[in-house]
Design a protein around this ligand. Structure first.
Ligand SMILES: Cc1ncc(COP(=O)(O)O)c(C=O)c1O
Length: 348
């Protein structure tokens, strides 16, 4: 396995901080299946409080959180979830949704900043009145928009989308894997988005810096059913307080420093745009991701990633681009190291 001096592959590659390790070592635990793990319960309460939702459920992954949410809203096999064609639920998770819940999608390409607007939502939710075959049970949105470089859906847009969904009688789920990044970038509270949706999820394992875990949040009656589905999917993880303890540290202390990650992503983008004109649009770098067009340096993205790996810098392929993500483990110096490596790779 490659060891990186600078690992920009994702904000999921972080190691727990000393405070997290201490909290994990001393966590009070119980059996979460029975609902009596006090640390996991505290994390769920804090997650509900921070998102302004009635209740929350701690699960191992963002995928499980999304899949539970979709299953809560979709009534039967073959019903549709409407969303942007670029959303994680309709791309990476498309097979999972099909296998677990028989879900099919109705999608539209998003606008230039990666999110669908209210007019697109209206089109997606149009009833199939003539043939009466297609039934949309849920509208899903994503913020930040991961495959568009972590762009932020403005709060006024979700408010308009919510109105359209309400008119259509369709609930809304927010994949907020990085919604705290969105809040930090926009300088607003996450409730600007969460109060406009029926269910949402966020990950403590991404920018917030915890090793493991995601929270699904929503009304208490739906979260009771969510707990059933979590057990059904094999996610009842007993002494979950061990990891919830790190999640609590992440949620309590990990939010303020997200703006630093965003500043470093911007510095990386500006440096790349200056060295390789046309390779990055720094204006699109709103949070912690940088997408680089390697064609500007005459390189195929996979080849570029392999060459950067030889330089000890981890990046990922997001064809036709290369993706880099800043996180708690990335310093200003690391950004300079990555820029130096890109210059050498482009020159060789
Ligand atoms: C937007 C978004 N949603 C959901 C997920 C799934 O999270 P996990 O990898 O914890 O399953 C990811 C993972 O990167 C993501 O970027």
């Amino acid at each position: 396995m490659a060891a990186y001096r600078v690992d920009l592959r994702s904000d999921t590659v972080t190691s727990p901080s000393p405070a997290m390790r201490e909290a994990m070592a001393t966590a009070e635990v119980g059996d979460a299946w029975y609902g009596d793990d006090p640390t996991a319960n505290r994390l769920q309460e804090l997650a509900a409080e921070r998102t302004g939702m009635e209740a929350a459920l701690f699960v191992p992954t963002g995928t499980m959180a999304n899949q539970i949410a979709l299953a809560l809203h979709v009534h039967t096999n073959g019903h549709l979830v409407a969303c942007s064609a670029a959303n994680h639920v309709a791309t990476t998770e498309v097979m999972t949704a099909a296998a677990l819940s028989g879900i099919a999608y109705r999608t539209l390409d998003p606008g230039p900043r990666g999110w669908i607007d209210a007019e697109q939502a209206r089109t997606l939710l149009e009833p199939d009145s003539y043939y009466d075959v297609e039934i949309v049970d849920l509208l899903a949105v994503e913020n930040t928009a991961g495959s568009f470089g972590g762009t932020v859906m403005p709060p006024e847009e979700i408010r308009e989308i919510r109105k359209v969904a309400q008119e259509a009688g369709v609930p809304v789920h927010l994949d907020g894997a990085r919604v705290f990044n969105a809040a930090a970038a926009a300088g607003v509270d996450v409730t600007e988005w969460t109060r406009e949706v029926d269910t949402m999820m966020f990950c403590v394992s991404k920018g917030l810096g915890a090793p493991i875990g995601s929270l699904i949040c929503g009304p208490a009656d739906l979260m009771r059913e969510a707990r059933r589905l979590k057990i059904l999917y094999g996610g009842a993880w007993r002494q979950a307080g061990i990891v919830a303890a790190a999640g609590l540290v992440a949620l309590e202390r990990g939010r303020e420093r997200l703006v630093d990650d965003h500043g470093r992503a911007k510095a990386l983008a500006n440096g790349l745009a200056e060295a390789f004109p046309g390779s990055v649009d720094p204006e699109l770098v709103e949070t912690n991701m940088v997408f680089l067009e390697t064609a500007a340096m005459d390189l195929d993205p996979l080849e570029a990633v392999m060459r950067m790996q030889e330089e000890g810098v981890g990046c990922t392929v997001a064809p036709p681009r290369v993706r880099m993500v800043t996180h708690v483990g990335i310093s200003d110096e690391d950004v300079e190291t990555a820029l130096g490596a890109w210059r050498r790779v482009a020159d060789s």
